[in-house]
Design a binder for this molecule. Structure first.
Ligand code: ADP
Ligand code: MG
Length: 211
């Protein structure tokens, strides 16, 4: 309708695809748990960014999506908050289960930043996360994976090592994010990404963007 078209136009949101849900214009419309809304208000956020406003309803419905938005536009929370909602809706991890959410990122630095957000928003719900990246000792990473974590944020190469050594598995992954997908492809990660996706249970969400 007109009001939605106007909202999208004002914020430079362009959409493609079938049956795209209406954007979420205010935080409370998204039905995020209270502990997430509390963090949002503590951080002083006033309204969703465009990628959040249009990305949240897509991800919350379990739709696949490619999101493109500039640096600093809040893409991390665009996929992380629906990921937390998704985890909360799943049966608890059993002994030997791998993660439910997998976020692939091109660099260690980015993976660490994403995990900080995951902790900030997810710890109140006891949603556990860990970072798996190369160039660091494997011991602590193996320990976290073996204890069980709902969310893994990883660079592709090290995660493949961990899977080959059977320290974890992707059989329960039902929410998959490729953050900075364009950069991962530029870096030549496509074969590793394909290998990882083929081991996941289903693919619910893609994130790709250009700076
Ligand atoms: P991107 O991945 O798009 O480059 P980030 O997800 O790293 O951007 O977010 C950039 C900054 O914006 C972060 O500090 C984040 O906490 C903040 N941010 C996220 N969502 C909002 C919002 N709705 N309002 C204000 N700031 C936000
Ligand atoms: Mg980002």
């Amino acid at each position: 309708d007109q009001e939605v078209a106007h909202y999208r136009a004002r914020r430079d949101i362009t959409i493609e695809g079938q049956d795209v849900p209406r954007p979420i214009q205010m935080f409370h419309e998204a039905n995020f748990p209270d502990y997430c809304l509390e963090v949002i208000s503590r951080l002083g956020f006033v309204e969703p960014t465009p990628i959040q406003s249009q990305g949240w309803p897509m991800a919350l419905k379990g739709r696949d999506l490619i999101g493109i938005a500039e640096t600093g536009s809040g893409k991390t929370l665009a996929y992380l908050l629906p990921a937390l909602v998704h985890v909360s809706a799943q049966p608890r991890l059993a002994q030997g289960d791998g993660p439910i959410v997998l976020v692939l990122a091109p660099t260690r630095e980015l993976a660490v930043q994403i995990q900080e957000e995951a902790v900030k928003f997810g710890s109140r719900a006891n949603i556990r996360s860990t970072c798996i990246y190369g160039g660091a000792p494997k011991g602590p990473q193996i320990r976290d994976l073996r204890r069980g974590v709902e969310i893994v944020i990883a660079t592709p190469g090290r995660l493949i090592d961990m899977l080959e050594a059977q320290h974890t598995n992707l059989k329960r992954v039902t929410y998959l994010v490729l953050d900075e997908a364009d950069r991962m492809l530029d870096m030549g990660f496509e074969p590793q990404i394909r290998k990882l996706i083929s081991q996941a249970c289903t693919i619910c969400f893609f994130l790709l963007y250009f700076n």
